[in-house]
Design a protein. Structure first.
Length: 291
């Protein structure tokens, strides 16, 4: 539970008396709370780890970057800071409902609009951020394959090798990754990505409005977000149909979806351990073969 000092700090940030604080379940990384005032509810994540403040700042910057596109909603951020060793991110509370087909159609349209937003000419982002609790480097590149190999695959492959989750022999050479990625990757322009778009990272509000939450944003190939949506079962067909009315899903997408999912599976391997090894190993063999 939040201490009374922490509560009074949040009260100051909100500039409003707090009626009640309720712990919420569902967070993988931080403790989550619903904060009630006389008239409103707020959502607050709290975490006492050393990197939490940086994680929350970059999450806030990512949400604000999405908000700036005016294409899809995100919760409004009301505060971000650290008090007595506890970092917090305070935002609008979104009352969720179960998505119906129409909501998923709206979500597909709005995600395609976000992906069509022209924000920057290079791949990467203005700041590094996190994927789960792992650092995600976003150094910018004009070449998508180079970005994907050097900023996405390599850091996770090296981490897995250092943690003895993969052997050195299983790590493809840069030359091999370059030739495979150049063969499979489309000519693409940098789209703003959510960056971690699984089913737990969007909410449908009671009015049917989709909201993106907990992003790991950067500019990359839009198909990366689609690949992540398909990793654990996929979203409903109405979502993909609506998306492809705006951005045709390219015929070759099926051929590279595994390379894009490989990044997320490596992240899972590094975060949660060897139960993800068989999927990682299969994709490494499928795409990069033996050295
Ligand atoms: P963590 O970063 O710890 O994984 P999440 O951002 O996933 O935390 O949020 C934890 C839980 O709170 C999830 O169940 C999520 O659906 C819910 N949630 C996240 N943001 C909001 C919000 N603004 N309003 C209401 N519920 C939210």
């Amino acid at each position: 539970m939040l201490s009374s000092n922490f509560n009074s700090h949040i009260r100051k940030v909100l500039d409003c008396p707090i009626k009640k604080v309720e712990p919420l379940s569902g967070g993988d990384i931080s403790n989550a709370y619903c904060i009630y005032t006389q008239t409103h509810r707020f959502f607050c994540k709290v975490n006492d780890s050393d990197t939490a403040l940086d994680m929350f700042y970059t999450e806030k910057a990512g949400l604000e970057c999405i908000q700036h596109t005016k294409t899809i909603r995100v919760p409004e951020i009301l505060g971000c800071g650290k008090y007595e060793g506890y970092s917090f991110l305070l935002m609008e509370f979104i009352e969720p409902k179960n998505p119906d087909p129409k909501d998923m159609e709206t979500f597909g349209h709005q995600l395609a609009e976000m992906h069509s937003y022209v924000g920057q000419e290079s791949f990467g982002w203005k700041m590094d951020n996190y994927i789960g609790t792992l650092p995600q480097s976003n150094k910018t590149y004009t070449d998508w394959s180079q970005f994907y190999i050097r900023e996405r695959l390599l850091p996770q492959l090296k981490m897995a090798r250092d943690e003895k989750l993969l052997s050195s022999e299983e790590i493809p050479s840069i030359n091999r990754m370059e030739s495979v990625c150049q063969m499979h990757f489309p000519k693409t322009i940098p789209s703003l990505l959510h960056g971690d778009l699984w089913g737990g990272n969007y909410l449908i509000g009671v009015q049917g409005d989709p909201y993106l939450i907990d992003p790991s944003v950067y500019f990359g190939d839009a198909e990366v977000d689609l690949a992540m949506t398909r990793l654990f079962g996929g979203f409903s067909s109405r979502f993909y149909d609506a998306y492809s009315e705006q951005i045709p899903i390219k015929a070759l997408e099926k051929e590279r979806v595994g390379i894009y999912q490989l990044y997320y599976l490596l992240v899972h391997l590094n975060l949660f351990g060897k139960s993800y090894y068989p999927s990682v190993s299969r994709l490494l063999k499928t795409y990069f073969g033996q050295r």
